[in-house]
Design a protein around this ligand. Structure first.
Ligand SMILES: [Zn+2]
Length: 503
């Protein structure tokens, strides 16, 4: 038996229970850590004021550290576990108990405050109903409801209760509720999902737009003083624990030597290869949240999942979405200006992923592929138009175009092409895509940003993988009709007639 006079003890003065005892003399014991711990508790039950070890405690587990074993027992009362009531026996590698921690509840208190109360208890089915109602308040129930009858005894608050756990989506959360077993009152609720926001520095969408100048150059990825005013400090939302750029909608850890920051501060300038990861994370995350804000969320969501990205996947000046089974991921190239340094290139590629999420295998015909390119250009330009001066609104990826092998260009592509269908079709999807993006841009002028973005996204649900321009145009007119009553049918039809897509 341990001698408290020869030990260091931390007392619980209210209950006269020793909460922590160490510094006592004990000899190394034979047996497994569990056997040693059980013998120790039985010998010292009087000192610890814990009553009958075999009856009131259940062995839970043994945790192993480099130098020790920690054996855990949970306290029970009337066959139910008591929340937070544990004993931990700490044993060193020689089998010597060197510390015991005692967070148990004195039995006389349980007798007085729990046993003596004879209230009728609610049936388990009623508890499930209460939990379901709560889940509806929080979002949408996504997991099974896990429930456990227990005794709650924290901070002098004694009662019979149910501990209920479930997960929700929209927003994602992991809930633990404590429900009073007699009254059904939810007296404690907490979200234990660890949501982390990080900090980042990005271009939004790129330095040509922000600085409103066309004379900036890549200079082999050099930092350069001129870019100082183009950086924006942003919040990186919903990062998973672990200190990488892996979160709810984006995961950049496919990138070689991907960014790590234990404090979730991802503050790099363009010279640093990790800058493109921050760009990718922030801009895809922002677009996905915007799309959800338009109503494409929960059961109507588009690509409500984490997309994997390799931000430096090829030395070439190209980027792509890979629709292969098991991949469905994005790759950005480093030729010229690193592609992921221009957010319009990032959103263009994500546009392909969005289309593929709605219509797997989209773009089986030339015109479908051109619609893919045109949509990608549109979605980025529409999203970033608010940051641009008027003449720049129709130019796509102006910064990326400053690093072309043949010398700097004005932009990658435009949204105001005068090309007509079918006479200006070239059979190259990016060139032909300008016919389509010009139509989409006119749709935006007629409907305004939010309605146009909504209608254009909605229209994809009316297409299949063989869709051509005509199908695309008809789908946009249908979508406007279904969403907003068809007030703009005439103006929309006119757009597609003028460029020759509709007769
Ligand atoms: Zn593309």
């Amino acid at each position: 038996m341990i001698d408290l006079k020869k030990s260091t003890v931390r007392w619980d003065r209210e209950n006269y229970v020793p909460r922590k005892i160490y510094g006592f003399d004990a000899k190394p014991q034979k047996g497994t850590p569990r056997q040693i711990a059980e013998r120790f508790l039985m010998e010292n039950s009087g000192v610890l004021k814990i009553g009958n070890v075999r009856k009131e405690f259940t062995y839970d587990k043994t945790a192993e550290s480099l130098a020790t074993f920690t054996v855990l027992f949970q306290q029970y009362f009337e066959g139910m576990p008591i929340h937070g009531a544990w004993i931990a026996v700490h044993i060193d590698r020689t089998g010597r108990v060197f510390m015991v921690k005692n967070d148990t509840v004195p039995v006389f208190k349980l007798e007085k405050k729990v046993k003596a109360k004879k209230a009728a208890l609610l049936p388990a089915a009623r508890i499930v109903e209460i939990a379901k109602k709560k889940a509806q308040e929080y979002g949408e129930l996504e997991t099974a409801i896990n429930k456990e009858k227990m005794i709650y005894a924290l901070k002098g608050n004694f009662r019979r209760a149910w501990k209920v756990k479930f997960g929700t989506r929209n927003p994602a959360a992991s809930w633990i509720l404590f429900i009073d077993a007699a009254s059904g009152h939810v007296f404690d609720e907490r979200n234990v999902l660890r949501k982390i926001d990080g900090a980042g520095i990005v271009f939004r969408p790129n330095p040509v737009v922000t600085l409103n100048r066309d004379d900036v150059l890549d200079l082999k990825d050099k930092s350069q003083e001129v870019f100082r005013k183009a950086y924006k400090k942003v919040v990186l939302k919903d990062l998973k624990p672990g200190g990488t750029l892996k979160g709810r909608y984006v995961d950049t850890t496919k990138t070689a030597q991907y960014a790590r920051a234990a404090d979730n501060a991802f503050l790099f300038d363009r010279e640093d290869d990790r800058f493109e990861e921050v760009m990718t994370y922030y801009h895809i995350d922002s677009l996905q949240r915007y799309i959800q804000s338009l109503g494409f969320s929960s059961s109507k969501s588009i690509l409500d999942r984490t997309i994997r990205v390799n931000c430096h996947g090829t030395p070439d000046d190209q980027s792509f979405y890979d629709p292969s089974p098991g991949r469905h991921d994005l790759t950005f190239g480093d030729g010229g200006v690193d592609d992921a340094e221009d957010a319009e290139v990032i959103l263009h590629e994500y546009g392909h992923a969005l289309q593929d999420a709605i219509i797997p295998g989209f773009g089986q015909v030339n015109e479908g592929r051109a619609m893919g390119e045109g949509f990608g250009d549109y979605i980025g330009a529409s999203f970033f138009a608010r940051y641009k001066t008027q003449p720049r609104k129709v130019k796509v990826a102006e910064w990326d175009a400053k690093g072309y092998a043949g010398g700097p260009q004005e932009c990658l592509r435009r949204l105001d092409s005068p090309k007509r269908y079918p006479e200006h079709m070239e059979g190259e999807e990016h060139a032909d895509g300008e016919i389509w993006s010009a139509c989409l841009w006119k749709v935006r002028k007629v409907l305004g940003r939010k309605k146009a973005d909504t209608v254009i996204l909605e229209s994809h649900f009316y297409l299949n993988q063989y869709a051509d321009f005509k199908d695309g145009a008809e789908a946009i007119i249908m979508a406007e009709k279904n969403l907003y009553g068809g007030k703009r049918t005439k103006s929309l039809t006119k757009i597609f007639r003028e460029c020759g897509v509709l007769q």
